[in-house]
Design a protein around this ligand. Structure first.
Ligand SMILES: [Zn+2]
Length: 204
């Protein structure tokens, strides 16, 4: 038998007949090039699977409702594994989200790049026993929508009051005051406003 092309000689992996696109490692992780809609996290953890791909932001309804625009995608990498008896999901989600600045109310792009570290649990006792670094991922006996994990993470990473880093509020104020003074000028040229002024000063 000859080593698989590209193999760097990790234990046990050289003499397998796996597809060359599979990332070899001690546990032979399975890498899928298309993200499935539903996943069984426990089965994925048993197989030490890795998922990489993109999800459309427009398919994430809860997130879309708080965005100014929902075009674009979120890049997802998730690695399912076992740490002792604990099934885990670790990875990263990153996306550029378009939100509305809460100072100047203009849209702004916000880069969200968030790491995920979840322990798969199905009982309160298991959730309580999780090591501190892990957040619980509740799983019953059904498959769960993959996008729920991604959407929850993006919502958590999104600031409640997104704001420009620069002092956009002052710029917005000066634009407003310029507009207001233009308005005053045009009011001065308005014959009705002149009449109103005459009326105000009175001809008594
Ligand atoms: Zn702003």
């Amino acid at each position: 038998m000859t080593p698989v092309a590209g193999c760097v000689g990790r234990a046990l992996c050289c003499f397998t007949g796996f597809d060359a696109n599979v990332v070899y490692g001690y546990y032979y992780p399975v890498m899928l090039d298309r993200l499935p809609e539903f996943i069984d996290p426990l089965a994925f953890a048993d197989k030490h699977s890795e998922l990489t791909g993109r999800i459309k932001l427009s398919s994430l309804d809860r997130l879309s409702s708080v965005l100014a625009e929902n075009s674009g995608t979120v890049a997802v990498t998730l690695v399912f594994a076992k740490v002792g008896r604990l099934a885990t999901v670790e990875g990263r989600v990153s996306a550029t989200l378009v939100v509305r600045c809460q100072n100047c109310l203009q849209t702004m792009a916000l880069l969200v790049d968030s790491t995920i570290k979840l322990g798969i649990v199905s009982s309160m006792a298991a959730a309580d026993a999780l090591p501190e670094a892990y957040e619980p991922l509740w799983v019953g006996d059904k498959k769960i929508p993959l996008k729920d994990i991604v959407e929850d993470e993006l919502l958590l990473a999104l600031p409640a009051f997104p704001k420009h880093r620069e002092r956009c509020y002052e710029n917005a104020q000066s634009v407003l005051s310029q507009a207001a003074s233009k308005n005053e000028l045009s009011n001065l040229n308005n014959p009705f406003s002149i009449l109103a002024k005459l009326k105000d000063t009175g001809d008594q």
